[in-house]
Design a protein around this ligand. Structure first.
Ligand code: 5GP
Length: 134
């Protein structure tokens, strides 16, 4: 059981912003900026790819509304949505979560973006493999 399951169960306190049958949103205990919000499914799955369509839809339904609330509460006009999957991708809590991180001056998410270039043959192969997997 992760710490987020214990928060959902009410065993550990949180600063709750939103809750419905499938979703809970609360303030991150280690904010990158003022208003840093975590949005989690109540379904206990580690990674996004494991999530049921029902939970995924419930999160998708409320994410824009929660982003608007974060913007209005903090005055931020820019923000990042971050969703890490796997320890190698900086996931620390193995329960699916979306970060909503306001960009407030220099505070917020720092992004490293080492862009490569897309090879046409590789692109064709990837599209075909992904479509076969869907
Ligand atoms: P990750 O690196 O897994 O995407 O991020 C996990 C996030 O959960 C971190 O930003 C961390 O501050 C937050 N977090 C970890 N434990 C707790 C907790 O007990 N309460 C709250 N509110 N946030 C937590």
């Amino acid at each position: 059981m992760t710490i987020f399951s214990r928060i959902i169960a009410g065993e550990i306190p949180c600063h709750r912003v939103y809750e419905d049958a499938h979703v809970l949103a609360f303030l991150d205990i280690g904010p990158l900026s003022d208003g840093h919000l975590l949005v989690i499914p109540k379904e206990a799955k580690a990674q996004l790819d494991q999530l049921s369509d029902e939970s995924a839809a419930a999160i998708g339904r409320v994410l824009p509304r929660l982003a608007r609330a974060v913007m209005q509460a903090t005055g931020a006009t820019a923000y990042n949505i971050l969703q890490n999957n796997g320890a190698a991708a900086h996931q620390a809590v193995m329960h699916v979560h979306f970060h909503i991180i306001p960009k407030l001056g220099s505070a917020g998410l720092g992004v490293g973006w080492n862009a490569g270039s897309l090879d046409a043959a590789r692109a064709k192969e990837l599209v075909s493999r992904m479509q076969a997997a869907l």
